[in-house]
Structures are given as C-alpha cells and as structure tokens.
Design a protein around this ligand. Structure first.
Ligand code: UDP
Length: 487
C-alpha cells in the first residue's frame, strides 16, 4: 500500500479568475460550507490501484488540492499487487460489469482477489482511524474496505466508474460475485442512473465524471502555443500539410495585414480555412474510429461525385481534414488489441488514394509523458472545428466533455454516456448508430457546412460543462456523499 503525494497546483483563486467558472466556484464555496462542518475531524481516504494513467489518477490530485484548501483532510492510497492473476481477474470483473465475458467466477478467483487485498490490509489499518470515510474506486480494492470495516468504525463508499445500461446474465453474475463485499458497503457512487444494478438502488448517488478546466489537458492555450506544441511534438511530421494549412489560416487571422501570398494561391478559397475533424481515443474497436474514417471518406467521395465545384459547400468539404489520435503503441505494451486495431486502421488508410490520404492523419501520442500528451490533446482539440466521439459503447466520454469545455461542437454516438453529456442540435449532434456510415456522413457534412451552428453549439457546450461537468459541480456531490456517510 502506497500513500501518494499530491503536487501543488491551481488554487481556488485561480479558478475564480476565469469568468466562465466564477459563478460555479462561488456556488461550490457556498454549498460546501455546511457539508464540510459535518466531516470535521475525519479523514477521507481515497483508494485505487494506480497512481498514473486512467481517469481516477487524473482527477484525484485536483480534487484533493481543492478540498485541502478548504481544510478537509483527504489522502490517497494505492494498493500494491504483483500477481498477474489478480489483474487478469479484475479485468474480467471490469469487462463483466460492461456485460462482456462468460460471467464465470470461481472460488480460486475469490482467493486471488481476497489475498491481494489482505496483503494491503495491515498498512491500511495503521493509517485509517475510527470515524474516517473510505472511498474505494473501481473493483480492484473493493474487498479491502470491507476488511477495514470489520476492524474499524468507518463508513465505506464504492465509486464505480463503469457500467452497462441493462442487467444481463453476465452483469448479474458479476454482481453476485461481488455481493459479499457490496453488502458491507454504506454507499455507492455511479456515473449514470442507468448503471446502478438493481440490488444497489437505494444506497446510491450519481456523480458524472468531470474535468479540471485548469489541467494541462484543458487550460487555455493561445493559438500560437497550440501550433508550437504540435510543431515541437513532431507528431505531425508526416502530416506537415495539416500544420501548414492550419498555420496559414491562423497566421492570416492573427495577422490580418500579414503576407497574403498563400491566400492568392488558394484563389477563391482564400477566405476559408480548412475545417479539422478530430477523434482522440484509445485504439479500441468500441471507439468507432474505423466507421468514422469510412464516413469521412464517403463525405469526400460523394462530394467529388455529386457536388457543384463552384459552390461554397463543395469547397468546404474538399478542404476538410480528419485527424485520428491515440496512444503510441510503443508506450502501451499491455494492449495487444490496441495494436491490432491501429494496424487495421492504418491498412484501411493505406488502401485509399493519395489525395484522400493527404486529408487524413493518424497520430500517435506520447502517453509515456503525461504532460506532453495532455498538451498535445489540448492543442489538437483546440485546433479542431468538430470533435467526434463515435463510440459504439461509452460509459462516459471524457473526450466529449474536454472538447465542449474548449467550445468545440461535438458529434457523438447515441452510447449511454454520450447521450447524457451532449444535447442534440444544441451542443452538437447525436448520431444514434455509430456504425451507420450513411447517417454519420450526413452529420459530418452538415456540421462542416454550418459554421454558425458550430459556433453556437460550441458556446452552449462550454456552458453545459461549466454547469454540470467540472471539478466544482463534482465536488459538491462528493461532499454531499461524505456528509451522508459520516457515521
Ligand atoms: N487520451 C489521451 N491520449 C490518447 C488517447 C486518449 O490523453 O492518446 C485521454 C483523453 O483525452 C481522455 C481519456 O484519455 O481524457 C479517455 O477518457 P474517455 O472517458 O474518453 O475514454 P476511456 O479511455 O476511459 O474509455
């Protein structure tokens, strides 16, 4: 068991200085007062299984910094596990909560699960005191809090970051396997109401995942900074044209009296810029990259075939670029499926004609360097005209929230989480079936050809994020959970 140190970072004052966040920070401060009183003298222990990578590790430091600034005692523990069998099992539990796998869990599985958690117990008991609140994230450390509760007078809460909209035989089986521990828990937190399994409904709160608006992934970046980051990163090396086009556009806009040579070269198109459509995700079949690329190609081919070359619509589509970004497999050794998905995608890309290839970029991001990765994601999203999340399944797509915060109109599938995040024709478009290439292509070309709608939707999207999906709205909900479970 390891106690994780949280580095200094943004302060409440820093968030307040952002006009659009000001009100939600004040609301948070107002609402937090009464709850904080009820947890005085107690420590909140957050427990998960990794200090780097993944949503929990990304969000916890900012949440802890804010709460500590308000005087809350909050600590972060990471369990230690060396057995492969343990991670195989917890991956199977994870998949089963998503409804996949065979739903078979054996006595041997239970032994592995409990042994690893038991090995972390002594250290936990040294640190945690009567009256404290223990919050366990995801399945890996679930038995641990139940073990702690047998020895200490603590409240225990389980935060589940995944879920499926319906109960199936596989989900029933996994909840049955977990029931010896869930029975001991005082409270549960899920991301969406639909994810709560039937047995846990009356002890549950809903807290949607949120973003930290001042993290490297989300903080404001000036356009020259975006260009610099993308340029320096080298990830656009093979796709210089994208950076070049973008750069021309931006420089022209930043310096309207600058050199207009390129505008002349572009002739009629001088007043246009190249719209960029972007999706950034893990290379997972469920993220719908392949379908998105097919739809993009269809938009282009249909335009070439049926469009009027003199029309503005035709020119816009002609100039549109597609950027698909995901982790560089060189740094993600434990994801053979990801490498396969990337290979399939690249093969499909190589099969299209040269013109088309010039309009598509597959980018590999340096996930081994979290800060550089975050800044590149930030710069790519900010350089985009449309951000897509074409997931076939999605618990909650952080990428959509990240893009909306950056005032980008989003095009998402009807997967449960995304439908909850995005308002159709208000903050973006929801194309229900991500595998329906025709409807996806229609949505893409509509969005490319309606820049005013895009501006409006981007603006609305940022407001929606400020209201429901930032650190502050999330912390209010957490404080309510702590206050409810103080004994
Ligand atoms: N992400 C990243 N680099 C990549 C791919 C994804 O930083 O190469 C980030 C992305 O910005 C988001 C997170 O990983 O913050 C993915 O979260 P999401 O909820 O969208 O999907 P998940 O991976 O949890 O299924």
């Amino acid at each position: 068991m390891q106690k994780i140190k949280v580095k200094p970072g943004a302060k409440i004052e820093d968030y307040k200085a952002y006009g659009s966040l000001y009100t939600s920070v004040l609301d948070f401060l107002e609402q937090s007062k009464k709850h904080i009183k009820t947890i005085e003298g107690r420590t909140i222990w957050m427990i998960n299984s990794t200090a780097i990578g993944g949503g929990v590790a990304e969000m916890l430091p900012s949440q802890m910094r804010i709460l500590r600034e308000l005087g809350v005692s909050i600590e972060w523990l990471v369990i230690e596990a060396s057995e492969n069998a343990f991670f195989d099992l917890t991956k199977r539990i994870h998949n089963a909560i998503h409804g996949s796998g065979n739903g078979i869990f054996t006595d041997e599985d239970r032994k592995v699960y409990e042994n690893v958690n038991q090995q972390n117990l002594d250290r936990a008991l040294e640190l945690i005191n009567d009256g404290d609140i223990v919050v366990v994230h995801d399945p890996q450390p679930m038995p641990l809090a139940a073990m702690i509760k047998k020895e200490k007078k603590v409240a225990i809460v389980w935060r589940c970051h995944i879920g499926l909209e319906e109960d199936t035989p596989v989900t029933d089986a996994v909840w049955e396997f977990l029931s010896p521990y869930t029975n001991d828990y005082d409270h549960f937190v899920f991301s969406l109401p639909a994810y709560v399994p039937k047995g846990l409904k009356n002890r549950t709160s809903i807290i949607p995942p949120a973003i930290d608006p001042l993290s490297h992934k989300n903080r404001a970046l000036q356009i020259h900074k975006c260009i610099g980051i993308l340029y320096q990163s080298g990830i656009l090396e093979e796709h210089k044209s994208i950076l070049y086009d973008r750069y021309n556009h931006l420089v022209r806009r930043v310096l309207p009296n600058g050199d207009f040579g390129d505008v002349n070269e572009l002739g009629d198109l001088g007043f246009l810029y190249r719209p960029i459509i972007t999706e950034i995700s893990r290379w997972d079949r469920l993220k719908g990259f392949r379908e998105l690329m097919k739809a993009f190609i269809k938009v282009k081919l249909d335009n070439r075939k049926n469009g009027d070359p003199n029309s503005l619509e035709y020119k816009r589509i002609e100039m549109t670029l597609l950027v698909l970004g995901g982790p560089d497999p060189a740094f993600v050794s434990d994801d053979p499926e990801g490498q396969e998905v990337l290979k399939e995608l690249t093969e499909e890309y190589q099969a299209v004609d040269n013109d088309m290839q010039n309009d598509i970029a597959i980018l590999l991001l340096p996930l081994d360097n979290p800060k550089e990765n975050a800044l590149i994601v930030n710069a790519l999203q900010r350089s985009s005209s449309i951000v897509v999340q074409n997931s076939i399944q999605e618990g909650f797509g952080l990428t959509a929230t990240e893009a909306m915060w950056k005032r980008k109109p989003v095009l998402v599938s009807g997967a449960a989480g995304l439908k909850f995040q995005v308002e159709h024709n208000k903050t973006g478009k929801i194309n229900n079936d991500p595998t329906d290439i025709k409807s996806l292509a229609e949505a893409l070309s509509y969005m490319v050809n309606h820049p005013k709608e895009r501006d409006k939707w981007g603006f609305n999207g940022q407001l929606r994020v400020v209201k429901h999906f930032t650190l502050f709205s999330q912390l209010v909900s957490w404080l309510e959970v702590f206050a409810k479970n103080k004994d």
